[in-house]
Design a protein around this ligand. Structure first.
Ligand SMILES: Cc1ncc(COP(=O)(O)O)c(C=O)c1O
Length: 386
């Protein structure tokens, strides 16, 4: 049951056994037909009339105490929004967590997690490289007061301290697509929350909560939105942690715009189809690149997915300059294919020595495979490899 504009919406009892593809289309929308609606409504209100100000005060007090979504009508856009709540409900269903909390970007989501732990005096973070360049930078520079110990997955248990608030990994990681044994890592974390950035795999290929991760983070800007027109982040987790994240979101203001919430909910409905189609093309391109003498090394994860990274013998900048169909651009996860040079762009902010030690070669290119015909993509890559 969840609360939407003051109504308790009862989820069908059969819904708990629905397959991922079905959830992708129906989760967060279960009440629509009874409301006489087909498409979800977009609620752009920033505030909501409340003639019962004593009742509203009590709801605000309850939110301040636990961060639980207030019962009854919404209060103010920073406490929560009904359209965004539909996306949060749907994403939680796909990830297999109790709930989810959406933010204005992936970095806002990670910041909220760090603030949530830091504000409890748990400022120490154990993290495994590589991470997305800005996530690495946020930790390394200590911008939010955190202190980081970098280690490999085998070193996590020894790196934990009494003030460790978080263990952070990406799997597959940006940009090398390195993978971590999530179950073993969750075990090594003990009672310290493990955050898995699942942006690259999506819940279609991997559900980290099933392996023991307490927090599952997405740059929803990527596959969840899927069309390169939404900047967003989300953390899927248990209700207790979500309460703290909602309080941080309320206090710091990194909320998602409801229009973005709508687009993300729509994006989720095609997520399984998009991820599987693009992954099939990516696997084929990885196979061809592996056999190509112009390519030194190909990275493609066991879990699969639509990302391929490869090191060229020649100049990677020439490949970027040579593509015609594939767009040379940072970001990933869109319906169209994108390519970029991590050492110059997405991971430029990471110290070159740390970057190389994490396996990010200066000749590495990161390709986000979209939904174009695979032969057209290969023809473009073939031409660009020159
Ligand atoms: C794996 C990963 N996590 C987090 C982020 C940050 O997300 P956003 O750009 O939505 O803030 C990115 C961005 O590229 C990413 O690739």
């Amino acid at each position: 049951m969840f609360t939407l504009r003051g109504m308790d919406v009862r989820m069908g009892t059969r819904s708990t056994t629905r397959a991922l593809d079905t959830e992708a289309v129906h989760a967060g929308r279960d009440d629509l037909a009874r409301q006489g609606l087909h498409a979800p409504p977009i609620d752009l209100s920033t505030t909501y009339p409340a003639f019962d100000s004593r009742g509203e005060a009590a709801r605000i007090d309850a939110f301040a105490a636990t961060g639980a979504q207030p019962d009854g009508p919404p209060v103010y856009g920073r406490l929560g929004n009904p359209t965004t709540a539909r996306f949060e409900t749907a994403l939680a269903r796909l990830e297999g967590t109790e709930t989810a909390v959406a933010f204005a970007s992936g970095m806002a989501a990670l910041s909220a997690v760090l603030l949530a732990r830091g504000s409890m005096g748990l400022r120490h973070v154990v993290a495994v490289r590589p991470l997305y360049g800005c996530s690495d930078h946020l930790l390394t520079a200590g911008l939010l007061g955190s202190e980081v110990t970098w280690t490999d997955p085998a070193g996590v248990a020894d790196a934990l301290r009494p003030d460790t608030g978080l263990v952070l990994v990406e799997s597959p990681a940006n940009p090398t697509l390195a993978e971590v044994d999530l179950r073993a890592l969750a075990h090594a974390c003990g009672s310290v929350p493990l955050l898995v950035d699942n942006t690259f795999a999506t819940p279609v290929l991997q559900r980290p909560a099933e392996h023991g991760a307490r927090l599952v983070l997405h740059s929803a800007t990527k596959y969840l939105g899927g069309h390169g027109d939404v900047l967003a982040g989300v953390v899927a987790c248990d209700e207790e942690f979500a309460g703290r994240l909602r309080q941080i979101r309320f206090a710091t203001g990194g909320v998602l715009h409801p229009l973005a919430g709508y687009l993300l909910l729509r994006g989720l409905s095609t997520l399984p189809v998009r991820v599987r189609a693009a992954s099939a093309s990516a696997a084929e391109l990885a196979r061809r690149l592996t056999a190509d003498p112009r390519v030194a090394r190909v990275h493609y994860p066991r879990v699969g997915g639509a990302m391929v990274s490869f090191e060229v013998h020649g100049d990677p900048h020439e490949v970027i300059a040579g593509v015609r169909l594939i767009t040379p651009a940072v970001s990933l996860g869109s319906v169209d294919s994108l390519i970029q040079h991590p050492a110059s762009i997405s991971h430029r902010i990471v110290d070159a020595g740390d970057r190389r030690a994490a396996g990010v070669d200066d000749r590495l290119l990161r390709l986000s495979v979209g939904l174009e015909d695979v032969e057209d993509l290969w023809a473009d890559l073939d031409g660009a490899l020159g």
